[in-house]
Design a protein around this ligand. Structure first.
Ligand SMILES: C[S@@+](CC[C@H](N)C(=O)[O-])C[C@H]1O[C@@H](n2cnc3c(N)ncnc32)[C@H](O)[C@@H]1O
Length: 204
């Protein structure tokens, strides 16, 4: 058996996700962040960029309950989640009409924008880091267009030199912000999340 499969079997979040029926172990990263910072509330409008296979969609729907909406976006197809207030767009976040496509579904501004977008890793650290930051910046640009005043964001990044540039762009837009690494994020992974609370700009 490969060491990767052995490691995965020992991983507590992988096992928990299987037992609880979550589609990804990543579900625990969002659960832990929501428990600490309350970034999703019942009835909210939530956008989840890079949502496949759907672990974050499941967590968001659990917190929303039957009201509100969670709208997922991914280039990959996602097996539907059978609740009327979970919608999925199969779309590249770089699509020129992404903002209009999102707003057509949400019918108004968004309380929380999540981005767990991640490129396919090619193994060259510089290239992977640059592509991750490009996805994070795209998510931030979308957030500027769709977020409600006082809304919040949670965006995945990789640690590295470009992180500072992203922070310099994002921090002034929020009342408070910080970088965080949920316990469920593997310690050996360079991923880190930017949390912004209290969006300062008025929507449209
Ligand atoms: C780490 S996975 C997300 C896992 C998800 N949060 C969950 O809990 O199931 C990252 C996703 O980003 C998506 N992605 C990467 N680049 C994208 C792009 N340009 N547009 C849309 N989705 C993209 C990938 O297809 C992948 O499904």
């Amino acid at each position: 058996m490969s060491s990767w499969i052995q490691r995965r079997r020992k991983d507590q979040y992988y096992r928990l996700a299987k037992v609880r029926g979550y589609r990804s172990r990543a579900a625990y990263k969002l659960l832990q962040t929501v428990r600490t910072y309350g970034i999703i509330k019942p009835g909210d409008i939530v956008v989840d960029l890079g949502c496949s296979p759907g672990g974050w969609l499941q967590v968001a729907r659990e917190i929303l309950g039957p009201q509100g909406l969670v709208l997922g976006v991914d280039v990959a197809s996602v097996i539907p989640i059978e609740y009327p207030n979970v919608k999925i767009l199969e779309l590249d976040v770089h699509s020129p009409d992404i903002v209009e496509r999102l707003l057509t579904e949400t019918k108004g501004p968004v309380d929380t924008l999540l981005s767990d977008l991640a490129p396919s890793i090619i193994g060259s650290w510089e290239v992977d880091h640059a592509r991750q930051v490009d996805l994070a910046e795209t998510a931030l640009q979308i957030a500027r267009e769709v977020l409600k005043k006082r809304g919040c964001i949670l965006i995945k990044l990789f640690q590295g030199p470009e992180l500072k540039r992203f922070e310099a762009e994002a921090r002034p837009l929020f009342d408070t912000s910080r970088l965080l690494k949920p316990k469920a994020s593997r310690p050996e992974s360079s991923e880190i999340y930017f949390l912004g609370l209290g969006f300062k700009l008025q929507w449209r």
